[in-house]
Structures are given as structure tokens and as C-alpha cells.
Write a protein that binds this ligand. Structure first.
Ligand SMILES: NC(=O)c1ccc[n+]([C@@H]2O[C@H](COP(=O)([O-])OP(=O)(O)OC[C@H]3O[C@@H](n4cnc5c(N)ncnc54)[C@H](OP(=O)(O)O)[C@@H]3O)[C@@H](O)[C@H]2O)c1
Length: 406
């Protein structure tokens, strides 16, 4: 264990997204400077190979070997750092022991999970431990759900400044986006579909838009859920379903609940994708719907995993990451009918190039947040790190947050 804890330890440094994140950390902070960090994972050989590939700026970077099931090794890692940044997923398969240890030992934690069923289990099992120990646990610190959660946070702060009231209806539309999926992301989606197939209670729970809110939330507002081609007059576009809406909307509702309903008791939030017209909206709906149907059934899910989708460790090429980007539009309306629009953009592909920078900055933001300024518990990106994280993302991670006219 180090004499002084590391600021952040990247667990899963050799994953597809972990390697991109580690390279970003090496290029941005090097080793031996202001940021004290380490890399960790289950394979010493792979970790050393990764470190070697990062070049001379990180000579001496500490390497920690720990398997996700090895309690003793994980305990050593957790005790030796302020924040664990984890990319070891599917989290529902490999992430539970680590969250338990962070929550009980008081170490802060960020990850990239987009698995609502697992997050619910972690909150139920470990929230009291985190409250007691002071550990701040923040899931969903990648493309799902930082741009959505901080985009709404940003829009609502401006609404309060301009109108003295929150936008009680907010819609997010993906105006443009370029990127691909990795094997790890697909494996997480497939595992969630499998769990839901095996457990009807879980399937019911996942229909509840407030499933990640504290149990006593009391929200009743009916939520729009864009499940097919629909024309939206406020965006002036045909919309299609957005695959990340299931997790992002739940994170945004949890932020509202944790902030004592600052966005309103009747707050409504949905997400969708802009399309060129009715037919492209219908085509996208059918494509996504068909994939979901195949992924929901065991035998066809197996075929997809074998022949169609990327394998764990695979993902978009460096050129595809470099050329990727996203442009998200937010429309907000207060109860009185005042309207506000915002835009969040990111350079690099959303799922990897941009996600790895967001996750690194979320970990560093949390490491810099005094325990006295934020109690332990299961927070969201907006409620844990809010404006300071927006600043970091704009300065160091290629994101922009703006109020726009249309
Ligand atoms: N929220 C977002 O926007 C977003 C974006 C991208 C990815 N993700 C999520 O991030 C996670 C990682 O994605 P990825 O594509 O990078 O996955 P990946 O390449 O398949 O990597 C998985 C990692 O888990 C490690 N691992 C597996 N079993 C382990 C064990 N028992 N002990 C320790 N480590 C173990 C692997 O170690 P080895 O390297 O030794 O094999 C590997 O580093 C996934 O859950 C994915 O859904 C989310």
C-alpha cells in the first residue's frame, strides 16, 4: 500500500475503454506530477504491456494486480486510493464486490455502468454502508449518463436564473452522433436482457421510469417514452427511440429526487433521436426494435453474440474514435410556458473517445471534493459534481455546454 493514497486508481486499465482512458491520463498528467494515480487489473502481464506502450512519461507508474473476485487484493487497492475508477464490466457480473468494499471502507467510486437493474441492487444493498463510511458512489459517468444528467443540470440552473422557476418539462434529442459500440458495452446490454428474461419482477421494475429514485420519491407524473416514429412540434422533427434513454432518464430522475425535486414534483423528461423524416424515424424504430427482440431471446441472443456484435475487448478503431462526435439538444419549458434550449456537444466518438475522458475527469473531480462538502451515499454525476465537473469537461475533455436560441 502507498504511504499516501493515490488520487485515483484505474481498475480495468486493460479493458477497451480503460486503455483509452489510461492513455489520456498519461498524456494529460504523466506520472510524478500533481495527480497521483495507478493502474489496476487482473493480469500483471497485460498491465505491464499497457504501461510499456504508454511511453516515458509514465515510467514508475504503479501497477496493482487484483481480480474482481479477490477480496483481499481488492481491499488493498481500495484502501490505497481516494477514488476507484472502474471499467470492469459487465458490472452486474464483476462489479458488486468492489462497490461493497468501497461503500464499507469509505473510498469514493465512479464507473461506466448503464445497467439499471444492477445499480438498484447496489443502492439497496450498500447505501447505508456508504452513508456511514462517507464513500461517494457515482455510477454512470460515461456517455450514459453525464451529458444528459449535466445537460439538464445546466439547463435548470439557467432557467432558475432567467425565470426564477425550473423547467418542469425537458426533452433531449440527439441531433447528430457518430461512433460505434464495443464488445464490453454489448456484453452489458446482453446480460441485462438475459437477467430480465429470467426474472419477471425485474422486467416490471424496469418499466418504472423512477426505478433508481429513492423508494419514497412520490413522483407520479406520466413520462413520455419515445418508442416509435413521432413528430415533435417543439423540436420540429420526426423522432425515433434512443437506445440510452432507459438509463439516462432514470439517472436524471434520481438527480431530481436527490435535489428535493428541484426540477419539480411533476418533472417530465424523455430522450429520443432526431431523424430526417417519418420514414427514417420508422426505419430506425424497426431496426432498434428488431435488435431488441433478437437480444431478448436466448437462442437468437447467442447467435448475435457469436456472429454479429463485437467481442469483449473489441471496439471502434482509433480513426473512428477521432472522427466521432455528438450534438445533443435540450428543450425545456416552465409551468408558465417560458422556454429555454441548450446544447451539449462532445469531440470524439461518444462511447469510448469521449467516455474515457469524461470518466477520468469524473474520478478526478471526486478526488478533489472534500468529504465535508459532500456526504457519503449513492449520488449521480450532477448531484455529486455538478458545475465543477462541467468546468473540467469543458477545459479538459472536449465537451461544450451552451444555451442556444433554436
Ligand atoms: N457508459 C458508457 O457510456 C459506456 C461506454 C463504454 C463502455 N461502457 C461499459 O464499460 C465496461 C467496459 O467496456 P469495454 O468495452 O472496455 O469492456 P472490455 O474491453 O470487455 O473490458 C472488460 C474488462 O473487465 C476486465 N475483467 C473481466 N473479468 C475480470 C475479473 N474477474 N477481474 C478483473 N477484471 C476483469 C477485463 O480484464 P482483461 O483486460 O484482463 O481481460 C477487461 O479489462 C462495460 O461494462 C461497458 O458496458 C460504458
Amino acid at each position: 500500500m502507498p504511504d499516501q493514497p493515490f488520487d485515483v486508481t484505474v481498475f480495468g486499465a486493460t479493458s477497451f475503454v480503460g486503455q483509452i482512458l489510461t492513455r489520456y491520463m498519461a498524456e494529460t498528467y504523466g506520472h510524478g506530477g500533481d495527480v497521483r494515480w495507478a493502474i489496476a487489473g487482473r493480469s500483471e502481464a497485460k498491465l505491464n504491456e499497457l504501461k510499456e506502450s504508454l511511453g516515458p512519461t509514465v515510467v514508475g507508474l504503479p501497477v496493482i494486480v487484483a481480480d474482481a473476485a479477490d477480496e483481499e487484493a481488492l481491499t488493498g487497492m481500495v484502501k490505497g486510493t481516494r477514488v476507484v475508477i472502474s471499467t470492469v464490466g459487465p458490472y452486474a457480473l464483476y462489479g458488486s464486490l468492489l462497490v461493497k468494499l468501497c461503500a464499507t471502507l469509505g473510498t469514493d467510486y465512479v464507473d461506466l455502468t448503464g445497467e439499471p437493474q444492477w445499480i438498484r441492487r447496489m443502492i439497496d444493498a450498500h447505501e447505508e454502508d456508504a452513508l456511514r463510511s462517507g464513500a461517494r458512489i457515482v455510477h454512470c459517468c460515461g456517455f450514459d449518463s453525464i451529458p444528459s444528467d449535466l445537460g439538464v443540470h445546466f439547463l435548470e440552473a439557467e432557467a432558475m436564473k432567467r425565470f426564477g422557476a425550473p423547467c418542469t418539462t425537458v426533452k433531449m434529442g440527439v441531433k447528430a452522433m457518430k461512433g460505434g459500440a464495443s464488445g464490453g458495452t454489448v456484453a452489458s446490454m446482453m446480460n441485462a436482457m438475459k437477467e430480465m428474461g429470467e426474472n419477471p419482477d425485474l422486467k416490471r421494475e424496469m418499466k418504472n421510469p423512477f426505478s433508481l429514485c429513492p423508494r419514497e420519491h412520490g413522483f407520479k407524473a406520466r413520462q413520455r417514452n419515445v418508442q416509435g416514429a413521432v413528430f415533435d412540434k417543439d423540436f420540429g422533427r420526426w423522432l425515433a427511440p434512443f437506445v440510452m434513454a432507459a438509463i439516462n432518464t432514470r439517472v436524471v430522475h434520481r438527480s431530481n429526487a436527490l435535489r428535493d425535486k428541484a426540477y419539480g414534483k411533476e418533472f417530465r423528461y424523455d430522450e429520443s433521436v432526431f431523424t430526417k423524416g417519418r420514414w427514417s424515424a420508422t426505419g430506425m424504430t424497426l431496426g432498434l426494435g428488431g435488435f431488441m427482440v433478437l437480444a431478448a431471446m436466448g437462442p437468437t441472443r447467442g447467435l448475435l453474440e457469436r456472429f454479429v456484435v463485437p467481442k469483449p475487448g473489441e471496439g471502434p478503431s482509433p480513426e473512428a474514435q477521432e472522427k466521432g462526435f455528438y450534438d445533443l439538444r435540450f428543450y425545456g419549458e416552465t409551468d408558465k410556458g417560458d422556454i429555454l434550449r441548450a446544447k451539449v456537444t462532445g469531440d470524439r466518438d461518444p462511447g469510448y473517445g469521449s467516455t474515457s475522458k469524461m470518466l477520468a475527469q469524473a474520478g478526478l473531480a471526486l478526488a478533489g471534493l472534500a468529504k465535508a462538502d459532500l456526504a457519503g451515499g449513492f449520488w449521480t454525476p450532477a448531484t455529486a459534481m455538478g458545475d465543477p465537473l462541467i468546468d473540467r469537461l469543458q477545459k479538459h475533455a472536449g465537451l461544450t455546454f451552451e444555451i442556444v436560441e433554436d
